[in-house]
Design a binder for this molecule. Sequence first.
Ligand SMILES: [Zn+2]
Length: 54
Amino acid sequence: MPTYEFQCKKCNKTFTVMLALAEHEKSVPACPKCKSRKVQQKPAGFFAVSAKKS
Ligand SMILES: [Zn+2]
């Protein structure tokens, strides 16, 4: 199952959600911290790049 990274616009918390594609299209996950649904999906691949070690 693919994972999606989201950032809450309300409290700035970033979180990862595992969603089936069909589910992803019809529902927006709520922030685990403040339960807000004002979340923004982060671009795929961003996490992998920032986690790179030199
Ligand atoms: Zn939040």
